[in-house]
Structures are given as structure tokens and as C-alpha cells.
Write a protein that binds this ligand. Structure first.
Ligand code: SAM
Length: 216
């Protein structure tokens, strides 16, 4: 496939998978139109990169379906000056989308080989506003807290309190919560007093493994 074919595949993805299913935030749609998703995958998968499904990225992990990436990103309601935390760097694709929409992105991955691959491609694409660290993301990133947005791209058995505490007042946490086979995507907004929870629908993610997630 040529460069123009990938750009066309992206346009089709935005129209048929995102706009058609109700993604409205212009900034999210523009970011999804711009970021070359195929470059976050092994070359053998490039022809499938813009399909309506998750794909393997090695180590038994996946890059999420484009619609889920767009839905979770839109739910964060980013303005451009935000500080965002991502748990589950994986391929680095979601981090690149966030980097288009926020000022600074802090991303945590527990598998070092995935973090290294993600770092390489993010550097090649010039995303200098993404910082990656290898650790158990269920602890969050205390030294950089609080965050305007926190996005967890792996399924948790329950909402880690550690992450709730690292949200700014007015900030949003987007996280899939449920059992190992299916989860509900939740948005939790931190208010002056307490938290407000919304159900954004069903989803299926790989497990969030850590001290405040699933045991390995
Ligand atoms: N956001 C990724 C992307 O754009 O490719 C997809 C993430 S993949 C569905 C989930 C990732 O979460 C995996 O790479 C997995 O290793 C990671 N993960 C699971 N538990 C974690 C934890 N406690 N801390 C950090 N990363 C974790």
C-alpha cells in the first residue's frame, strides 16, 4: 500500500466507523484522520490497520479498535492545555492521539519491550510531549499528579482508588471495569465534593494486571 492508500483508508475509517457511530468531537476526528495507525503495527498487519477491530501487538496484547480509541478519547473532553495520564501504552497509538489533543501525555506500560517499541515510533513521528515509563500503572504517576484526564486502556476488576486520587477537581477518568471477558466503559468525573460516574457502554479489553488490578 502507498502513502495515499493509507490516507484514504483513514478517511474511510473516520467516516464509516467513527462519524457513523456518533463520534462528534472535531478535534478527535482530526487526530484520528492524521495519526498513521499502521506504523504502530508490524508491517505484515498494515493492510488491516484501519479495519473495525483490535489487532495483536505482541506479548499477548492488542491495539484497540479505532472506534473504542475515539470513544474513550472523546469522553476525556480534552481542550488542548491538558495533562493526561494513560495506563497501558501498548503500541503507543492511543498516546499519539492524546498527544495531538493535550499538552502533555504521561503513559505507563508494564511490559518493557512494548514500551520500547512505542517510544521508538513516537520519537520517529515527533511526539515529544509523550513521556513513557515502565511500571505498574495501577499506582498512577504520583510525582506528576494531579491530571485533567486519566485513561485506562486495559480492563480493571474495579476502579483503582489510587487513580481517583490523582484526578484534578473537574478532571475525568475513563476506564473499562468488569470481569475478564466483558467490561463497562465508565467515565468518572471528580467534583468539588465526590465523584460522578457515567456508563458509556460495553467493551472488551485485555486485563489490567497490577497491585490494584488483576493478579498476574
Ligand atoms: N493503548 C494501547 C495502544 O494504543 O496500543 C492499547 C493497550 S492494550 C489494550 C493494554 C495494555 O495495557 C497492554 O500493553 C498491557 O501490557 C498494559 N497493561 C496491563 N496492565 C498494566 C498495568 N498495571 N500498568 C501498565 N500497563 C498495563
Amino acid at each position: 500500500m502507498k502513502y495515499t492508500d493509507f490516507a484514504l483508508a483513514r478517511r474511510k475509517m473516520v467516516q464509516e466507523q467513527l462519524l457513523a457511530r456518533g463520534i462528534k468531537d472535531e478535534r478527535v476526528l482530526r487526530a484520528m484522520m492524521k495519526v498513521p495507525r499502521h506504523l504502530f503495527l508490524e508491517e505484515g498487519l498494515w493492510s488491516q490497520a484501519y479495519g473495525d477491530f483490535p489487532l495483536p501487538i505482541g506479548e499477548g496484547q492488542t491495539i484497540s479498535q479505532p472506534y473504542i480509541v475515539a470513544l474513550m478519547t472523546e469522553a476525556l473532553r480534552l481542550k488542548g492545555d491538558d495533562k493526561v495520564l494513560e495506563i497501558g501504552t501498548g503500541s503507543g497509538y492511543q498516546a499519539a492521539i492524546l498527544a495531538e489533543l493535550a499538552e502533555r501525555v504521561f503513559s505507563i506500560e508494564r511490559i518493557s519491550s512494548l514500551a520500547a517499541k512505542a517510544r521508538r515510533i513516537l520519537d520517529e513521528l515527533g511526539y515529544a510531549n509523550v513521556l513513557i515509563k515502565v511500571s505498574d500503572g495501577t499506582y498512577g504517576w504520583e510525582e506528576e499528579a494531579p491530571f485533567d484526564g486519566i485513561i485506562v486502556t486495559a480492563g480493571a476488576p474495579e476502579i483503582p482508588k489510587t487513580l481517583l486520587r490523582q484526578l484534578k477537581v473537574g478532571g475525568r477518568l475513563v476506564i473499562p471495569v468488569g470481569n475478564e471477558y466483558s467490561q463497562t466503559l465508565l467515565r468518572i468525573a471528580r467534583k468539588e465534593s465526590g465523584y460522578k460516574e457515567e456508563d458509556l457502554g460495553g467493551c472488551r479489553f485485555v486485563r489490567l494486571i497490577g497491585d490494584h488490578g488483576w493478579r498476574a
